[in-house]
Ligand binder design. Structure first.
Ligand SMILES: [Zn+2]
Length: 418
């Protein structure tokens, strides 16, 4: 027999993080003789949901049980640790825990996908849990039950792995002592089996969080073996309390919904949408680059924000008529935040210039409506015709993506696009 345990919304602004609580719980369960089946799962939910935890990640794991006594013991350990470790005084921390002993059914999978692509209410989650016989525990508002249930049911048809290392509590909040050169070395020998751990172009190290949380670093990769190999190559100058490898839906584009009409787009969801660039992109204060994407049904502003760095240079070169496909999510203001784009077809751009003279010199205008005159040989041309020339575009068709430093957890990097 087995049971699923789902946990969410225990992150706090002081830096507590659900992955850590989950790791501690698993260690505690193992200490009491329980065994975990497969890898624990870190499931990222809709990044544009209004109420969400910091990384919007929910956790789940599957555990072997032999008796009703086991079930009670597991519940007791899990709930006690959550109570102990989550910072419940933080108003944004509203943990939820779900215990489920059934099969992962089609309706549970659809529920999960709905939470990943949409927004659902606590009431809806609670109602669904009752229907399928899952047992829920809410701390405070208990918003975490939404994601906890989704983490249990998420169909990881495509998946990646993340190995997280945790610091000893005395070091929380202190500067992380990671040997950056060893991280680059690791990347050189394991990429693309590991990915998004460094940004080679800018020299940015992406494995290190920017919050005071218990995580020392996280390595992303295609398999448990790959992230474990990478872990062995990274040198640090501080103790590591524990490591946990999670199976995740990170970097799978699972949050994106394909749509063929701009007018059908709704706020707080993520899409793959094709259209044409309506006008020249403009740069706003703060370095954000905005353009309008249109199709027969409507138009929508698209943005490459400042943190997307060199990705903005691609966007800046768009002209009216460029046909592109945008992958991204819609925030509060109704702007589509581009995570990556595919240029499907570049519009032709022309410029007109004065004709060339027979002697090879570019002719001068002889005045409005009077044709052209060559200043070198004196040749005159009556007709007022200009040479129309196609201008070479600074862009090539194909995919472009934001750098790893600006990548959303769910966004699939090009190196994973097959
Ligand atoms: Zn001439």
């Amino acid at each position: 027999m087995y049971m699923y345990v789902g946990i969410d919304d225990t992150d706090s602004k002081e830096g507590m993080c659900t992955t850590y609580i989950c790791s501690v719980i698993i260690d505690e369960l193992k200490y009491f003789g329980f065994s975990i089946i497969d890898y624990p799962r870190l499931i990222r939910l809709n990044p544009f949901a209004r109420f969400k935890t910091r990384g919007n990640g929910a956790l789940s794991f599957k555990i072997n049980i032999k008796s009703e006594e086991d079930v009670q013991k597991v519940k007791e350990i899990v709930l006690k640790k959550i109570e102990e470790l989550s910072e419940l005084e933080d108003e944004r921390t509203n943990p939820g825990v779900v215990f489920y002993r059934g099969e992962i059914t089609e309706e549970l999978r659809s529920y999960s996908l709905k939470v990943i692509k949409n927004i659902i209410s606590i009431n809806e989650a609670e109602k669904f849990a009752k229907e399928i016989g899952a047992e829920i525990f809410k701390f405070k508002k208990g918003r975490g039950i939404i994601g906890a249930l989704a983490a249990i049911g998420c169909p990881n048809t495509d998946k990646t792995y993340e190995l997280l290392t945790y610091r000893i509590p005395q070091n929380y909040g202190k500067k992380r002592q990671i040997d950056y050169e060893s991280v680059f070395e690791m990347n050189r020998s394991t990429y693309p089996e590991t990915f998004d751990n460094v940004d080679s172009k800018s020299g940015y190290i992406a494995i290190e969080p920017h919050t005071p949380c218990p995580i020392l670093y996280g390595i992303r990769g295609e398999s448990p073996e790959a992230v474990l190999d990478a872990y062995k190559m990274i040198k640090v100058h501080e103790p590591i309390e524990k490591i946990t490898i999670f199976e995740t839906n990170q970097h799978t584009d699972m949050h994106l919904v394909k749509t063929d009409k701009i007018e059908a787009i709704e706020k707080f969801k993520c899409y793959i949408i094709e259209g044409r660039v309506k006008d020249f992109p403009h740069t706003r204060e703060g370095g954000h680059v905005i353009f309008i994407l249109e199709d027969e049904s409507g138009e929508i502003p698209c943005a490459a924000y400042e943190p997307t760095k060199e990705f903005r240079d691609i966007i800046r070169n768009f002209v009216h008529g460029d046909k592109i496909r945008v992958y991204g999510g819609i925030g509060e203001k109704g702007t589509l935040n581009a995570e990556k784009i595919k240029i499907l077809e570049l519009a032709k751009v022309y410029k007109s210039q004065n004709p060339l003279c027979e002697c090879g010199k570019r002719m001068k205008s002889a005045g409005s409506g009077k044709g052209y005159k060559c200043i070198k040989c004196g040749f005159k041309l009556r007709e007022d015709t200009k040479d129309i020339m196609e201008v070479k575009r600074n862009l090539k068709e194909g995919f472009y993506e934001v750098p790893p430093s600006a990548r959303r957890h769910l966004s699939k990097p090009l190196v994973r696009m097959k």
